[in-house]
Design a protein around this ligand. Structure first.
Ligand SMILES: NC(=O)C1=CN([C@@H]2O[C@H](COP(=O)(O)OP(=O)(O)OC[C@H]3O[C@@H](n4cnc5c(N)ncnc54)[C@H](OP(=O)(O)O)[C@@H]3O)[C@@H](O)[C@H]2O)C=CC1
Ligand SMILES: C[C@H]1O[C@H](OP(=O)(O)OP(=O)(O)OC[C@H]2O[C@@H](n3cnc4c(=O)[nH]c(N)nc43)[C@H](O)[C@@H]2O)[C@@H](O)[C@@H](O)C1=O
Length: 326
């Protein structure tokens, strides 16, 4: 794949430049914002969803024309777990196509953007892609039905970045993270991803001495989890070091079954009862371990171990979510 070398200073040498982090209150955006501030970036621009609805093209164009950011990290999206994705397919495809098209297009037109990074997801790959999944597996087979609408939007986002690079020379890159977790995750009982859902369910069961906790599916699917602070590091690393056409996988390299994950969350939370499996709920993709050798060869490696990350995330949930509700 072709490479465009940015003529501008590298991102990390440009800490006074204006950086727009879209989605700064979410799991990913908040981790990226924390990291940028810790690194000494002095001009990070943010807007909440209610201040700037990124599905509204005219508002996005006006924002870019007024702010004229130099760098853009696109971490705003409509996101959810297997239940939300399969229940609200129209919302997932429409909102994500609108947000990413509006942001990339406005970044292109405003003329101030030196680099943009788009965040996709490992669900862009075919359901039965050979494992571990390389970047080259994109568009080689049918998608997983529970999240194909979201996946199609994310694939369009990658293609939009590539098209803007080819036609206009916009330095737009795409990162494809595996399943993420950490502080500021969504702990909704039905619409969240598995890890925050289980933290909440085990915590609530422990609090009321419930005899059992229900976990969805068969427990056999394998998932690769990455702590969001590692993803934030990888995102900043790619902003600084990567200017290629092809998207880049970002994973931890290790996977667990959902049964192993549930046992681990049970142990971390300290729940004493038993697990019951609800086989009426979908399993989704049987396995999606990404091959992250491309970013590893560039020099980035994950640091946070799953158990360590889970202990810290559970503490955050108790301190910030449970305590705030009291
Ligand atoms: N979580 C995961 O496991 C994974 C996530 N990703 C990708 O990472 C990115 C971020 O995901 P994550 O942080 O988990 O998601 P979250 O749901 O935690 O955060 C999404 C953010 O997007 C903002 N947002 C949503 N819709 C709009 C809108 N119409 N206008 C403006 N802002 C909006 C929200 O703003 P507000 O808070 O103000 O409502 C929120 O800050 C996504 O692209 C996702 O696909 C990829 C792989 C795995
Ligand atoms: C990151 C990725 O995340 C989504 O895909 P997913 O990996 O299938 O996401 P998930 O976290 O919701 O489920 C993982 C596994 O876990 C099982 N599972 C058990 N018990 C609960 C449970 O209580 N909640 C949830 N959500 N899942 C559960 C569940 O049945 C499944 O087998 C995409 O839609 C899309 O958003 C995307 O890109």
């Amino acid at each position: 794949m072709g490479t465009v070398t940015a003529a501008d200073p590298h991102f990390l040498a440009d800490k006074d430049a204006k950086v727009f982090v879209a989605g700064h209150r979410g799991l990913v955006g908040s981790a990226i914002l924390r990291r940028l501030l810790a690194l000494g970036f002095t001009s990070v621009v943010v807007r909440t969803h209610s201040e700037l609805d990124l599905t509204r093209q005219a508002d996005v164009e006006a924002f870019f024309a007024a702010e004229r950011p130099c760098y853009v990290v696109l971490a705003a999206a409509k996101v959810g777990g297997i239940h939300a994705n399969s229940t609200f397919p129209a919302d997932f495809i429409a909102a994500n196509l609108q947000i990413q098209t509006n942001v990339v297009d406005a970044a292109l037109r405003c003329g101030s953007v030196r680099k943009l990074l788009f965040l996709g997801s490992s669900c862009i790959y075919p359901k039965f892609a050979p494992q571990p999944i390389t970047e080259g597996a994109l568009l080689t087979g049918p998608l997983e039905p529970t999240n194909e609408w979201y996946a199609i939007a994310k694939i369009a986002g990658i293609k939009m970045c590539q098209a803007c690079r080819i036609q206009h020379g916009l330095d737009a890159v795409s990162a494809m993270p595996t399943n993420l977790y950490g502080p500021h995750d969504n702990f909704h009982p039905e619409n969240s991803h598995v890890l925050p859902a289980l933290i909440r369910r085990f915590h609530e069961a422990k609090a009321c001495n419930a005899p059992e906790v229900v976990v969805w599916g068969s427990g056999s699917p394998l998932r690769e989890f990455l702590h969001v602070d590692d993803l934030a590091d990888a995102t900043i690393f790619l902003m600084d070091q990567y200017s290629g056409l092809e998207h880049v996988n970002v994973g931890s390299g290790s996977e667990v079954t959902i049964k192993e994950l549930a046992e681990l969350v049970k142990e971390v939370v300290g729940f004493q009862g038993k697990l019951v499996w609800d086989s009426t709920k979908p399993d989704g993709t049987p396995r999606k371990l990404m091959d992250s050798s491309k970013i590893h060869e560039m020099g980035w490696k994950p640091k946070v171990d799953l158990k360590e990350g889970l202990v810290e995330t559970y503490k955050w949930y108790v301190d910030k979510v449970v305590s705030d509700k009291k």
